[in-house]
Design a protein around this ligand. Structure first.
Ligand code: GDP
Length: 341
């Protein structure tokens, strides 16, 4: 019942790193059984193809997930992640430096939700893990995931909660992609799906450990750089203000904050400026790096390596144990079963 997406991209020039992998594309690994259903279907075949390939099956897995509403630039960001990771992986093989974001580059602009209606809730995974050598010499398999849905109304609310909970449970880093600023309702949605995930992992887990690894708030089109500067520094300051717990706060607001803090080992925040109108007006943007507003490009040049450099990559741990790609498939199956019904 799932769609893997069969559309092909018409982009004429792909960057060198992508051009060598014309057949790799994102696959939909989780889809709703129907638009009105709260049940969903796991695409086991796609997951097996990605995670059980002999090159990666027994390697430690690092799962980077970007989650959020439709059309908020998640795919756009993931294409930069791909560019960086492939470029790094090739530079490691050839033992050379890598210039992953030069102005001459044209990003493939990969359409992550190919084959699906653009507003489809679900989870997509890049068609192969990318191998990156960490400082200790061991190669880890990096898996990229795009999770989207909307909290618009009661029927989509439940669907999204389970999808976002599941993507949090399987990821090492969950990037929560939001626009403008961290609103109270984004925090509430987050605390709900985190709670779902926590309950589902609790049965097998140990209750002293925080259930999840890293949460990143990624704020797009941030408009108050005078109050909080762009990047990690401003993000950290904003996050500290938003997650502050005070005595005179409503108990409900306090609980949401405690809940989020208690569920993740690490919480980060980055503020990104608007990428420029050549990017936001889809018709004119063809993926040329030179068309991206310099302020945005500068922030990407810091953000992407900060999250994905070989030292930063954290293998996925479940109940305190590092897991492999093959094991991830087993957990995926088990978690999906917990939520189904
Ligand atoms: P997704 O549905 O969340 O994956 O969103 P897409 O990556 O497909 O992006 C939707 C549209 O927003 C595209 O036209 C992008 O070029 C544009 N876009 C990407 N990043 C940003 C951003 O940070 N701000 C704005 N305003 N637009 C963006």
């Amino acid at each position: 019942a799932t769609s893997e997406g069969t559309e092909t991209e018409s982009s004429s020039v792909a960057p060198a790193s992508m051009a060598t992998r014309p057949n790799i594309r994102p696959l939909q690994v989780l889809a709703l059984a129907s638009s009105s259903s709260t049940r969903f279907v796991l695409n086991e075949e796609a997951l097996k193809r990605i995670l059980c390939d002999s090159k990666v099956a027994n390697r430690k897995v690092v799962v980077i997930s970007v989650a959020g509403a439709f059309r908020k630039g998640k795919s756009f960001l993931l294409n930069f992640f791909l560019e960086y990771l492939y470029s790094l992986s090739e530079a490691q093989e050839e033992n050379c430096e890598h210039d992953w974001l030069s102005d001459e580059k044209q990003l493939r602009g990969f359409h992550w939700k190919a084959g699906a209606h653009r507003d489809t809730s679900g989870m997509w995974m890049w068609g192969e893990p990318i191998l990156i050598r960490r400082d200790d010499g061991e190669k880890v398999a990096v898996v990229l995931v795009d999770t989207q849905g909307t909290f618009d109304n009661a029927s989509t609310y439940r669907q999204c909660t389970t999808i976002f909970a599941l993507s949090t449970m399987i990821s090492s880093v969950q990037i929560y992609n939001i626009v403008d600023t961290i609103q109270e309702d984004s925090l509430q949605n987050l605390s709900l799906f985190v709670e779902y995930g926590r309950l589902a992992t609790k049965e097998s887990g140990d209750s002293y450990r925080k259930p999840f690894q890293t949460l990143v708030f990624l704020i797009r089109d941030f408009k108050s750089p005078d109050d909080y500067p762009y990047g990690k520094e401003g993000g950290t300051a904003l996050l500290n203000d938003v997650l502050k717990v005070t005595k005179d706060q409503e108990p409900e607001l306090r609980d949401v904050r405690e809940q989020i803090k208690n569920c993740f080992d690490k919480i980060l925040c980055y503020l990104l400026p608007h990428p420029g109108f050549k990017v936001s007006e889809r018709i004119s943007f063809k993926g040329h790096v030179r068309d991206i507003r310099p302020a945005f490009k500068n922030e990407l040049e810091k953000l992407v390596p900060d999250l994905l450099n070989p030292t930063a990559l954290e293998p996925k741990e479940i109940n305190g144990k590092i897991i492999t790609c093959k094991k991830l498939l087993e957990y995926f199956r088990e978690y999906a079963r917990t939520f189904d019904g």
